[in-house]
Design a protein around this ligand. Structure first.
Ligand SMILES: [Ca+2]
Ligand SMILES: [Ca+2]
Length: 300
């Protein structure tokens, strides 16, 4: 009996030594800090519904998962990124790897502005890095004709960064800020949202808001503040209704469009004839002329 107790004791000791040796060889790399969304620092009280996860660059998860679903008493998130160990953490990170922070609200991922695109370099095993996170539900377009334009949605989140898309040759207007493509997710299904645009330059007062859907343009009327000469205007969109590119009541509103100046050149363009058309037209005119001269001579 005594022998069995001693044997059990040594087995437990060996296990503890093994775990300690592995941990001592590859403790995780810790990151932590404040999280700011739309300029407001999240607190323990407002963190409900949020979660933070660090994943590999290819979006696969570390094992054990590097995540955080609550803040500490200093309102900091803390995440331990497991470091690779051949025995205990074969799915861990290697120091120097690029990883990515993902911030979710009610399962919907927000776009992180800082660190840029949520990317970070995994620190040394056992390190602790202060890394505040900033995310915004309103977005700034960084390149293209709309560069510097900010877009704010009254509900939901921009699930992909808004961007300019190519203007088709069939465009009926000149778009001073291009056609802006954006997708807002986590909208209460079927509800209306307002989307506010603030451009870097004043918007010409004779602009109208064009939507670009199914390769066609049409003028959208649920717009306010577009004709007052300043640099901001608002459009109202409803999930699943006209103006929502996916046409479904699914909590996602997709809306390519932008303020455009009706293309007067196209509106008043004159049909032109080909070279053969001009020759044919000339021959007809010439024939009519000859007939009229012939009749005039006959009558006189
Ligand atoms: Ca305005
Ligand atoms: Ca929809």
């Amino acid at each position: 009996m005594k022998y069995k107790k001693v044997k059990f004791f040594f087995m437990v000791l060996l296990c503890l030594l093994f775990v300690y040796s592995v941990y001592a060889n590859s403790p995780p790399a810790r990151i932590g800090g404040l999280i700011t969304v739309d300029g407001s620092v999240l607190t323990q009280a407002t963190f409900s519904g949020y979660s933070v996860v660090v994943k590999k660059q290819d979006s696969s998860s570390y094992q054990p998962a590097a995540q955080c679903t609550s803040l500490n008493t200093s309102d900091w998130y803390l995440i331990d990124i497991p470091i690779y160990h051949a025995t205990l953490n074969p799915e861990g990170a290697t120091s120097g790897d690029t990883a990515k922070i993902h911030l979710f609200y009610n399962g919907q991922e927000l776009i992180i502005n800082n660190p840029s695109n949520g990317q970070l370099i995994v620190g040394q095993s056992g390190s602790a890095t202060h890394m505040d996170i900033t995310a915004m539900t309103n977005q700034t377009i960084n390149s293209g004709p709309a560069a510097g334009t900010t877009i704010f949605s009254s509900k939901g989140f921009f699930s992909v960064p808004p961007t300019n898309i190519d203007i088709p040759a069939s465009s009926p207007a000149v778009f001073p800020f291009g056609i802006i493509d954006f997708t807002i997710s986590d909208v209460p299904p079927g509800e209306e949202i307002t989307v506010t645009f603030t451009t870097p330059d004043p918007i010409p007062t004779n602009c109208v808001y064009y939507k670009y859907q199914n390769d066609e343009f049409y003028i959208y009327s649920r717009v306010s503040g577009l004709d007052d000469g300043d640099n901001t205007f608002t459009i109202t969109l409803a999930d699943g209704e006209k103006g929502d590119d996916d046409g479904l009541v699914n909590g996602i509103i997709s809306d390519p469009g932008g303020p455009g100046l009706p293309n007067s050149r196209k509106a008043f363009s004159i049909p032109t004839l080909t070279q053969w058309g001009i020759i044919f037209f000339f021959l007809i005119l010439s024939g009519i002329g000859h007939i009229k001269i012939y009749r005039y001579r006959e009558n006189n």
